[in-house]
Structure formats: C-alpha cells, structure tokens
Ligand binder design. Structure first.
Ligand SMILES: [Zn+2]
Length: 137
C-alpha cells in the first residue's frame, strides 16, 4: 500500500469516528475532535429556570429573581465548561502509520492510543479499548 492509500484509509476510519479534517497534504493530515456540548440538555438547563422565572415573576418578585439568578449561574457554568474543553487535535503521517504502535502524545498533552485514538495512561503497556500492545517508546 502506498502512502496516499494508507493515509486515505486512516482518514476514512477517523472521519467515521467523528473526527473532522483540519488540513491534508501528501505526507499526512491533521484532524480535530470537536467538543460536543450536549446542546439539547444544556439549553434546557438554562431555558427551564428562565421560563419558570418569568412565570414565577408574575406572582412573586422574590421567586422570579431567584430563578433568573439560577438561569444566569447555569449559563455561566455552561460557558466555562465549553471553554475548559479544548478540541482534541491529531497529526497523522504515513511514516507514523507504518511504524509499530507507540503511544502518541497529542498536542494538548493527552496520551492517546495510536490505533483507536482513545486517551490512555501515559505508562500503559496496552490499550484498554482495542487491546493493541504498545511498543516501548
Ligand atoms: Zn486503542
């Protein structure tokens, strides 16, 4: 298999797993795992107290403002959570794919399995998910 085929195969495998292509060349490619906020659930967490707040404000200013404050705090926490999760980046080269599997250090300093790209312990001897044995670094 030549480099292009090898990279193409790996790229297809990764995009199916949810990775997005950032850049691509003859020698390799870069993919990103977008941080997915459970948008439905997180929106509800803010919308529900906000809606209840509006409703409660019709009857009681105290309860209304309490629920508004709750909605604000939850919105702030969700924003912080979103900032805290950086997208995961991987740079894959054809040379890398030809080598025996060694642990890959992602740019955000998370150690990942070179086969399934799940995070693993930095000193792991094998992947707990796909069970590939790592060659000593
Ligand atoms: Zn694995």
């Amino acid at each position: 298999m030549d480099d292009a085929q090898l990279l193409d195969q790996e790229l297809r495998r990764l995009t199916v797993a949810g990775w997005q292509i950032v850049s691509q060349s003859e020698r390799g490619f870069q993919v990103m795992m977008p941080h997915v906020v459970g948008s439905g659930v997180s929106t509800l967490l803010v919308i529900v107290p906000l809606g209840l707040g509006i409703f409660a404000a019709l009857f009681s200013a105290v309860w209304g403002s309490m629920l508004f404050s709750l909605a604000l705090v939850l919105a702030a926490l969700l924003a912080l959570d979103h900032i805290g999760h950086k997208p995961r980046l991987l740079y894959i080269t054809a040379d890398q794919l030809r080598q025996p599997p060694t642990l890959v250090k992602a740019p955000n300093s998370v150690t990942v399995c070179p086969r399934c790209y799940r995070a693993v312990r930095p000193n792991a001897a094998r992947c707990p998910d796909c069970h590939v044995e790592f060659a000593p670094a």
